[in-house]
Ligand binder design. Structure first.
Ligand SMILES: Nc1nc2c(c(=O)[nH]1)N[C@H]1C(S)=C(S)[C@@H](COP(=O)(O)O)O[C@H]1N2
Ligand SMILES: [Mo]
Length: 526
């Protein structure tokens, strides 16, 4: 009897007595891709399981940590030089690529020897589980992501690789091939999306837990006691200290960066004599100052709400700068965020004695995630976009000639001291005839507010009563008692700073260096 030779297009395989998966040389390239898809599913499901039960045991991060632990120090330095803060993502991408190549082989193996394929997947899952439990903070649930991912990947491998074999036996124009392809692509895409979303979620959970565990040290240099009358008790006026939930938020981040304080490093470098690198712990161990500082955004329209006053806790920037010894020509201090955002402030301003700081605390809490956890910069007297970098990872000493920070090529001024401004908070809209408290806030950070005046319609300017001075870096509340008469009236406010300069009436838009003009409101008095 001649040996029975299987031919691909001989009208099917009904005459075959054995399962084609056992007899065929394999499912070809398709079987290889089955392995890759199975690996995607494995990692995606593993990341999902991690997000649900053990965020710190996410497979890619766990394997990445093991790799990092084994990589020799010079190679690590090289990776950091090449990729900077992207070194971890690049490493994880590398792991994914390696895993994909390996899985391609496993897919081909599984097409002819399914159990060997399953054994290979099991071995990878065990390796992943081992990586997860080798972490310092591991617990019994740390193995769950690897196990769940391994089971899902194994099942997909079994099923897809055998299907690949069946499809390989079909005519090239058959619908089976297309269905195989669309299924494989859909599975891989679904796994990738699941993986990314889960990873993002895990990272947030990890960072939120880390933030909750932070114990801020007491300040070595606490805020001065606030004078009696630093806040006014007028209904409708903006509170003197802004609660965190009401503090405005401005940034270019689509999703809030999740920076793990355990991995945090602040690099101070550039044109300095002695570059410095600090961990989060090392920052907390430095003497901390505590100050009330009003922060505001250059984009704030006249009368707008992009301003808030908080009690910040942090390391005095001038101390750190003294330690790194900037070159005389390094007139710009650029703060760089984990997401690449930059803000550049004059070095001289940061060292002129004002309370410029690297803040770790806000209103008694570790910095909230949206306000830059774990570390941000705050410079009294400068708008946020030139000073207040959140999720700060680097301070680079450079010059204004050599470097433009994020907003500068986008049409905003390179230097931007805060303009004197004032706002009416109450009344807005309607009032009852008789005595009406007209009140609001006024700010001119670091110069300080000297006077606030209010005008009704085109009348004379009347001096308002001001809250007591807490510091020149904070806003002041003001109130003016108005004997309101029925009808429609326009109230206007203006402030004068301690240098004697009064706010200009001239209207300017926020770009390029802050809006000007006087805030006014129209009130219907009945
Ligand atoms: N990383 C980062 N930091 C940033 C920004 C940003 O877009 N990214 N925006 C700046 C701007 S324009 C302002 S006004 C302040 C706002 O700080 P807040 O969101 O804590 O109020 O953050 C500054 N720091
Ligand atoms: Mo801003």
């Amino acid at each position: 009897m001649p040996p029975r030779v299987w031919r691909p297009h001989d009208g099917g395989m009904t005459h075959e007595s054995e399962d084609p998966a056992r007899r065929r040389p394999g499912g070809g390239v398709r079987a290889g891709w089955s392995g890759v898809v199975a690996a995607f599913v494995s990692v995606g499901v593993g990341e999902l399981a991690a997000a649900v039960v053990a965020p710190r045991a996410a497979p890619l991060a766990a394997i990445g940590d093991v790799v990092i632990a084994w990589v020799p120090e010079p190679l690590k330095r090289l990776a950091i030089d090449w990729f900077g803060t992207a070194d971890k993502p690049v490493l994880q991408l590398g792991i994914v690529v390696l895993l994909a190549a390996l899985s391609f082989g496993i897919g081909r193996l599984a097409a002819t020897r399914p159990w060997w394929g399953v054994a290979a997947v099991a071995a990878l899952a065990v390796a992943g589980a081992a990586a997860a439990v080798s972490r310092a903070d591991a617990s019994a649930v740390s193995v769950v992501p690897a196990v769940v991912g391994g089971v899902a990947g194994g099942a997909v491998l079994w099923w897809l690789s055998r299907w690949a074999v069946v499809v390989a036996a079909e005519p090239p124009d058959g619908v089976g091939r297309r269905r195989f392809l669309t299924t494989a692509v859909a599975l891989a895409a679904g796994a990738a999306v699941t993986g990314f979303v889960s990873r993002w979620w895990s990272q947030r959970a990890v960072v939120e837990a880390a933030r909750a565990a932070v114990v801020l040290p007491p300040p070595a240099d606490p805020a001065l006691e606030l004078p009696a009358g630093h806040r006014l008790d007028v209904p409708g006026v903006t509170p003197w200290r802004t609660p965190i939930r009401d503090f405005y938020r401005i940034d270019t981040a689509l999703t809030v960066p999740a920076v793990d304080p355990a991995e945090y490093r602040l690099r101070i470098h550039g044109r300095v004599a002695a570059p410095l690198e600090l961990t989060y712990r090392e920052l907390l161990d430095l003497p901390l100052i505590e100050r009330d500082i009003t922060l505001c955004c250059v984009s704030n329209e006249v009368g707008g709400g992009l301003i808030g006053n908080a009690r910040w806790l942090g390391v005095r920037l001038a101390d750190l700068l003294a330690e790194v010894r900037p070159d005389p020509g390094a007139d710009q201090l650029v703060g760089r965020s984990i997401d690449g955002f930059t803000a550049g402030a004059p070095t001289s301003v940061c060292r002129d004695g004002r309370d410029a700081m690297l803040a770790v605390g806000m209103n008694g809490e570790p910095l909230p995630a949206v306000h830059g956890f774990p570390v941000r910069m705050v410079v009294p007297g400068l708008y946020g976009y030139v000073s207040a970098t959140k999720w700060l990872t680097e301070l680079e000493l450079t010059s204004f000639d050599d470097y433009d920070a994020y907003w500068i090529p986008r049409g905003w001024s390179a230097t931007a001291p805060i303009k004197t401004q004032s706002r009416i908070d109450t009344p807005r809209g309607t009032a009852t005839a008789g005595e009406v408290a007209v009140a609001g806030v006024a700010w001119a950070q670091h110069r300080g507010i000297g006077a606030v005046e209010v005008r009704v319609d085109d009348g004379d300017w009347r001096p308002a009563e001001l809250s007591a001075v807490a510091s020149t870096d904070t806003w002041r509340q003001w109130v003016w008692r108005w004997r309101a008469t029925p009808g429609r009236h326009r109230l206007t406010v203006r402030a004068t700073d301690n240098s004697g300069e009064t706010q200009t009436e001239e209207i300017a838009p926020p770009a390029p260096d802050g809006a000007t003009g006087l805030h006014s409101v129209t009130v219907q008095v009945d």
